[in-house]
Design a protein. Structure first.
Length: 287
């Protein structure tokens, strides 16, 4: 209770922020990626993750867009973003914001759900709302995240806290109804999306994608953005970054990763990677 009160006091009396990040992987949760960061000027480009993206604002305000909706979020807000959901984020005020994030994979969430319910979980877990307000759960998440981060805290305490928070999140806001990403998609846009996914590391032209869709170039761009809330080029770049994260996790060097993912050079990879993760490839690889 004392720690939660400290956080409430911090929210009421915020300190000046400096831009910083800390990134690590927690072996207690299947090498789950964890991030704590303060951003004052950094703006995230539209991107997605292979994992869930779960987090909460500790101080300040962020403006985020997801599924065509743009919202301001502050302390008490939760991010419950499903794998593959395109989103972005920018500071919502000149002072910036501080937040905490975790990136659990689907298997980890299923494992926790099955432990809690005592029965097999069929289908894929998902969250129906991606940006919502739940102050008590947001505080509990930030406290659990802080316990994972603090080197001097009890390993069991940190694991138990985050485990309980994730179980509560799904019980309160989750669903076992699988939201099929292809439902209702125009066939032409699905063809374009699949083509880009198969050739993401190659140089692609609008004329090629327009032929795949059977539409004019302008019509194809408008239809793709309407369907996926992202342009074809931004979608290709996002796929390249998702593959880059995989290679870096496996120990590939940034230079080799840049070449494998279709970037012009390591500097190009670094710019695009930081725009979508808030980290450089070297920091992500070492985390």
């Amino acid at each position: 209770m004392h720690s939660v009160s400290q956080q409430q006091a911090a929210e009421a009396n915020p300190v000046s922020l400096v831009e910083r990040t800390r990134f690590w992987r927690d072996g207690r949760f299947r090498a789950m990626e964890c991030l704590t960061a303060s951003f004052i000027t950094h703006e995230f480009s539209p991107h997605s993750h292979d994992t869930f993206s779960i987090g909460a604002i500790e101080q300040g305000c962020q403006v985020a867009s997801i599924r065509g909706t743009r919202e301001h979020t502050g302390p008490g807000a939760l991010y419950l973003i499903n794998p593959g959901e395109v989103h972005d984020g920018q500071p919502g005020q000149p002072e910036g914001y501080r937040y905490r994030m975790i990136y659990p994979d689907t298997e980890l969430l299923v494992e926790i759900i099955e432990d809690v319910t005592g029965r097999a979980f069929h289908g894929s877990p998902s969250f129906g709302r991606q940006l919502l307000t739940d102050p008590d759960l947001a505080r509990a998440f930030n406290l659990a995240h802080r316990r994972l981060e603090e080197e001097g805290s009890s390993a069991l305490e940190g694991e138990e806290s985050m485990y309980c928070v994730l179980a509560t999140m799904f019980a309160r806001h989750g669903s076992d109804i699988v939201r099929a990403p292809d439902h209702g998609e125009p066939l032409a846009m699905r063809r374009v999306r699949d083509y880009i996914a198969e050739h993401f590391a190659e140089e692609l032209g609008l004329e090629t994608l327009a032929k795949v869709a059977g539409l004019s170039r302008a019509h194809m761009i408008r239809a793709f953005r309407k369907q996926y809330f992202i342009t074809p080029h931004a979608f290709q770049t996002d796929l390249r970054i998702r593959h880059a994260r995989h290679l870096l996790r496996c120990g590939a060097t940034p230079s080799d990763t840049a070449l494998a993912c279709g970037f012009a050079d390591q500097a190009h990879l670094t710019r695009q990677f930081k725009a979508r993760t808030g980290l450089t490839p070297a920091v992500f690889r070492a985390g």
